[in-house]
Design a protein around this ligand. Structure first.
Ligand code: ADP
Length: 365
């Protein structure tokens, strides 16, 4: 779904936070549309949880502004509480109270002053929604990790929030429970049309659950976009490395004519596309699946870049073969096992690596 024209429900403008120590959250600008799921992805310590806590109004930022549903959040405790009642937060290690599952889920309703007869049907419905119908009488502390996370989800949903924050919802779970919680979250988001901001260090999870992904590192939001945008056009070297692009070449633009550039990389000339000026230092991101490998004797492809080299390493990766080719610069390519066999690829074999100019993503250093 495209949310670019949808109404924003959460806006962070130049959000900053300092705790003392080295970490600081730097000018986070983020708009989340109503009904959208945004996943913040990045290594541990990147600041993902900090952003969630600020957006959940648990903490006051040291700078910047938060706008929820068009209303700028102020320091006033009562207005913050009112806005927080539209939100729910599921923590990485959910805190469960040493009471029954029923009491755990009923708690936020009691905090809101709801009476017993109104509470019961809501708790029953929330448990059914997370696949734990009939668990009311169980002691919360005796549940498995996956069940505990589902109780935490039910406790978040029982208040019918508009916005749900999920902090690493599956970080402590085994693969089966992870798959189950992910499916549950995905169904609930779809059914309830919730707005979700989640933190995860798992890129694949972000891709599965979110409409857009924000890549965070060292307190900065480096890129925000759909997973296609991030995979096809990483904004900088750090994002490219984080998403697993292994071939990153640095060079200087020596010619730029009508959108076609020639880049000198360690003496090799590579053609790519983009609006750059001669003299610009650039990084070229090359994806292994964009490189075609052929034998020197074969008629060349129409690709602009034809680099002769030698295979220096071969590894099997599932049904594919991963090749390292030394062309004066180091390239990684993948081919199917069938083509590796047909071409007789082996270490030491001379080959030609072909690459279309448009398949290379270029950013300034
Ligand atoms: P992530 O969720 O990406 O792992 P966090 O937002 O939890 O990152 O943490 C970012 C940095 O901020 C870390 O270095 C962490 O130690 C620090 N930090 C987080 N919360 C606090 C706090 N309340 N007081 C001091 N330092 C904190």
């Amino acid at each position: 779904m495209n949310f670019s024209n949808a109404k924003p429900i959460i806006e962070a403008r130049g959000l900053r936070q300092r705790y003392g120590g080295n970490f600081s959250l730097k000018d986070i600008n983020l708009t989340v549309a109503a009904g959208e799921t945004v996943a913040l992805i990045g290594p541990s310590g990147a600041g993902k949880s900090t952003v969630l806590r600020l957006l959940d109004l648990l903490e006051q930022p040291s700078g910047g502004a938060i706008v929820i549903g068009g209303q700028q959040v102020t320091g006033s405790a009562s207005s913050r509480l009112e806005l927080r009642r539209k939100m729910a937060f599921v923590h990485q290690k959910p805190l469960v109270f040493t009471t029954s599952v029923f009491d755990n889920i009923a708690q936020p309703l009691r905090w809101r002053g709801m009476k017993g007869e109104d509470i019961k049907p809501r708790v029953t419905a929330a448990l059914a929604e997370v696949g734990l119908a009939g668990f009311e009488g169980r002691q919360a502390k005796t549940l498995s990790g996956g069940e505990t996370q589902r109780v935490a989800l039910a406790r978040a949903l029982v208040t019918s929030p508009d916005i749900l924050f999920l902090d690493e919802p599956t970080a402590n779970l085994d693969p089966n429970s992870t798959a189950m919680v992910e499916e549950l979250v995905s169904n609930i988001i779809g059914k309830r049309r919730l707005t979700v901001v989640m933190a995860t260090h798992d890129l694949a999870q972000g891709q599965r659950l979110a409409n857009r992904i924000g890549v965070m590192m060292k307190g900065e939001l480096l890129q925000l976009g759909t997973s296609d945008e991030i995979f096809m056009a990483p904004a900088c070297r750090a994002v490219a490395e984080f998403i697993g692009i292994e071939t990153i070449l640095e060079g200087s633009v020596i010619e730029s004519i009508g959108g076609l550039i020639t880049v000198d990389v360690a003496g090799k000339l590579i053609q790519a596309t983009g609006e750059f000026m001669p003299g610009d230092r650039v990084n070229l991101f090359l994806r292994p699946d964009h490189i075609t490998v052929s034998l020197k004797s074969e008629i060349g492809s129409s690709a602009r870049n034809r680099l002769e080299g030698t295979i220096v390493n071969i590894a099997l990766v599932g049904p594919l073969v991963r090749l390292e080719i030394d062309c004066g610069i180091h390239l990684l390519a993948v081919v199917t096992r069938q083509s590796a066999d047909e071409l007789g690829l082996a270490i030491g074999k001379p080959v030609v690596a072909c690459l279309k100019a448009a398949a290379i993503h270029v950013v300034k250093v």
